[in-house]
Design a protein around this ligand. Structure first.
Ligand code: FES
Length: 120
């Protein structure tokens, strides 16, 4: 139902704003999978082994997110164009209090993918 929807605004690398009504419990990766106009690579499918799902969260909403895990921070360190409000899109799960969030898709990603290996 409509009341279960959570609004998320994407700013594309071209500067276009796209507003999507997502479902609670969907991650930003899930949303990009079901919306062709949201181009977020998510090369490792959410297993915290790449940095291609990097998004920049608006500061007001960044504060509402759960703290990133060490694993997420390790991958974020490899992201191209890291900012103070950068997160990995596969780790942001839409909840009611994120209603209205805006995330910016970086203009470039560095495809660092560590298949089956852990950072040590
Ligand atoms: Fe690889 Fe998010 S999709 S870390």
């Amino acid at each position: 139902t409509k009341s279960e929807g959570v609004t998320i605004n994407f700013i594309t690398p071209e500067g276009d704003k796209k507003t999507i009504i997502a479902n609670k419990g969907e991650s930003i990766m899930d949303i990009s999978h079901t919306h062709d106009d949201i181009e977020l690579e998510c090369a490792c499918e959410g297993s915290l082994a790449c940095s291609t799902c990097h998004v920049i969260v608006d500061p007001e909403y960044y504060k509402k997110l759960e703290e990133p895990t060490d694993e997420e921070n390790d991958m974020l360190d490899l992201a191209f164009g890291l900012t103070e409000t950068s997160r990995l899109g596969c780790q942001i799960v839409m909840e009611k209090d994120l209603d209205g969030i805006t995330v910016t898709l970086p203009s470039a990603t560095r495809n660092v993918q560590l298949k089956g290996s852990k950072l040590s």
